[in-house]
Ligand binder design. Structure first.
Ligand SMILES: *[C@@H]1O[C@H](CO)[C@@H](O)[C@H](O)[C@H]1NC(C)=O
Ligand SMILES: *[C@@H]1O[C@H](CO)[C@@H](O)[C@H](O)[C@H]1NC(C)=O
Ligand SMILES: *[C@@H]1O[C@H](CO)[C@@H](O)[C@H](O)[C@H]1NC(C)=O
Ligand SMILES: *[C@@H]1O[C@H](CO)[C@@H](O)[C@H](O)[C@H]1NC(C)=O
Length: 538
């Protein structure tokens, strides 16, 4: 005989749970119905980089990068004395990383390949099979989960022996990077259709060769800084041409990743307008104009300002070495889309108060602009201030300046020193900046995707593990590097699911599945009570 009573009890519980959670979802759908919607083909993603998450610094046949070298020779250099030797341990935990992407519902994973993991000695005469196997596993697992890999070829992990042979200060690196890129196209290009050559030329050159707080720790903001940028543009162009000439049959796209803060005039004076033009020429145009402008080459005002300053310093040549016409043509147009990293904005001015404030020579002195932020902007890490309209203004500016390029935001996110799962500042940042993307779409910007930095807390370079950018928190004290979703992860997940930004959605990351679980728990208790009464009656 059927245990009728038990079946009734069970069915009523199931009915209770599903009807309540459906009601809940329906209510949320109703409030979201009138909100602006991301287009169906708009792609959401998350981003990371190899040294910041992989760990396994000396496993699987990997060679030394210049970061590994710095960690062995001067670990105290990092804010917390920590190294990236283990980081988030993604070399071993990549399957968990992909599980997290599934939880979020993202369609893009932007990650980077570690040059010395593939080519331990930097050059392609020895390709490390274990390195190739690791990235094959990662790429195959992503594709099996319907996530598109956007692969950064170079995210600052220069093999140490190439660093010792001149690194980014020698034009030989154009060959070195090209040869390395070819190995990646050969091994992964059958599955990877979105390549990003080099991450953030300005930040890499300023930190490594200007300020000197990253390896190779050269402090030459007025000379080596420009050489680095010049060689990055040439090396990027080499990788682009190799891809187009030898691997066109793979049918993918290739681009460079350029970071840009939004510089805005501090008032409507002539001097502020001039200052903004110079700010943009030095910090963004130096890298974008040679690739994206109609005629190529550096911005004329950058060329003129450095030439003038160099002359007044008694130099016979400009510290900004010019490109030949052949090089200008070689670099121009070498990006299938614009990959933009953006975090923060600044007001820009020029007046007598900045005289004498910059090191000479330096690109800061050459640009000769002052900047400040609005004190009302929420501050994250030292340099990060939240001003979401800045992203909208930047996207519109880039559309106008570079003839409406296709744009992907390849990094945007909020970092600070706070730990724990309730991250209201990150939530506000995420909502504000994704809303700015909607504004840009309305303004006709051809923006196709948005990647949040970062999937999880990671090794934030010279800040060590103190500065956290993760949608997922990582416990760096735990040998398992356990990851837990923060509130911002749940908010991002709901933006991706619903394709709207619902300001009222208020999930609790300490409950397994947000909002609805609390109600479901309460109502299932009610239904158990009701069922118990039915049980008694029968
Ligand atoms: C809520 O909306 C989503 C898609 O926007 C849809 O798949 C789902 O069925 C809706 N749920 C209810 C209960 O209406
Ligand atoms: C460079 O110097 C020349 C001669 O002093 C001056 O006319 C010109 O305006 C200067 N250009 C810039 C961009 O500073
Ligand atoms: C220069 O401009 C800045 C920013 O607007 C302002 O704070 C400062 O007082 C100005 N200094 C002079 C000398 O005008
Ligand atoms: C780490 O993971 C292993 C295997 O899943 C488990 O047995 C162990 O308890 C975990 N350790 C911690 C500290 O969570």
């Amino acid at each position: 005989m059927l245990p009728l009573k038990e079946v009734i009890v069970l069915l009523s519980i199931i009915y209770g749970i599903t009807s309540v959670s459906l009601k809940n979802e329906e209510a949320r759908n109703n409030t979201q119905r009138n909100l602006r919607r991301f287009p169906p083909n708009f792609l959401f993603g998350v981003a990371t980089s190899s040294y910041q998450i992989e760990g396994a610094w000396n496993e699987g046949g990997k060679g030394w990068s210049m970061w590994d070298h710095l960690m062995r020779t001067d670990p105290d250099h990092m804010a917390d004395g920590k190294t990236g030797d283990i980081a988030a341990n993604s070399y071993h935990l990549y399957k968990r990383d992909i599980e997290m992407m599934k939880e979020l519902g993202v369609k893009i994973y932007r990650f980077s390949i570690s040059w010395p993991r593939i080519l331990p000695f930097g050059r392609p005469d020895y390709v490390n099979p274990e390195g190739v196997a690791y990235y094959n596993n990662l790429i195959n697992e992503l594709l099996a989960n319907d996530i598109t890999p956007f692969v950064t070829i170079y995210h600052w992990e220069l093999p140490q022996n190439l660093n010792e042979q001149g690194g980014w200060l020698t034009e030989n690196i154009v060959d070195w990077l090209g040869d390395y890129a070819r190995v990646l196209f050969q091994n992964f290009g059958d599955r990877v259709k979105h390549w990003l050559t080099i991450n953030e030329p300005y930040i890499h050159c300023n930190n490594g060769y200007g300020r000197g707080n990253h390896p190779p720790r050269i402090q030459s903001p007025g000379i080596a800084f420009y050489e680095c940028g010049r060689n990055i543009l040439l090396a990027h162009a080499r990788a682009y041409h190799i891809y187009k000439e030898e691997f066109a049959f793979q049918g993918g796209q290739i681009a460079i990743v350029i970071s840009s803060d939004m510089g805005m005039p501090s008032d409507d004076s002539e001097s502020s307008a001039e200052a903004v033009e110079d700010y943009r020429a030095f910090y963004v145009g130096q890298y974008m104009d040679p690739i994206f402008s109609a005629n190529g080459n550096y911005p004329q005002r950058l060329i003129d300002r450095v030439a003038n300053a160099s002359a007044s310093q008694g130099l016979s040549q400009s510290r900004l070495r010019p490109f030949t016409q052949e090089q200008i043509d070689y670099i121009r147009g070498t990006s299938d889309f614009l990959a933009l990293n953006h975090y923060t904005s600044k007001y820009v001015y020029r007046n007598s108060s900045i005289i004498g404030t910059f090191q000479v020579p330096s690109h800061q002195d050459d640009a000769f602009v002052g900047t400040y932020v609005d004190p009302s902007w929420t501050q994250g890490g030292t340099w990060l201030f939240t001003y979401a309209p800045g992203l909208y203004k930047l996207l519109v500016h880039l559309k106008e300046r570079y003839n409406n390029p296709t744009i992907y935001v390849t990094e945007n996110g909020f970092g600070d020193w706070a730990t724990g799962l309730i991250d209201e500042n990150r939530v506000a940042y995420l909502r504000g900046y994704t809303n700015a993307v909607l504004d840009a779409i309305d303004a006709g910007v051809d923006i196709r995707g948005y990647c949040s930095w970062s999937l999880m807390d990671n090794f934030e370079w010279a800040a060590g593990f103190t500065l956290r950018f993760g949608l997922y928190e990582v416990d760096f004290e735990d040998p398992n590097r356990t990851r837990r979703p923060r509130k911002a992860a749940l908010v991002y997940k709901e933006i991706i699911r619903s394709r709207v930004i619902d300001p009222n959605y208020n999930p609790d990351p300490y409950l397994e599945d947000s909002n609805s679980s609390a109600i479901v728990v309460k109502t299932s208790a009610l239904f158990i009570l009701v069922s118990a009464i039915i049980h008694k009656l029968l």
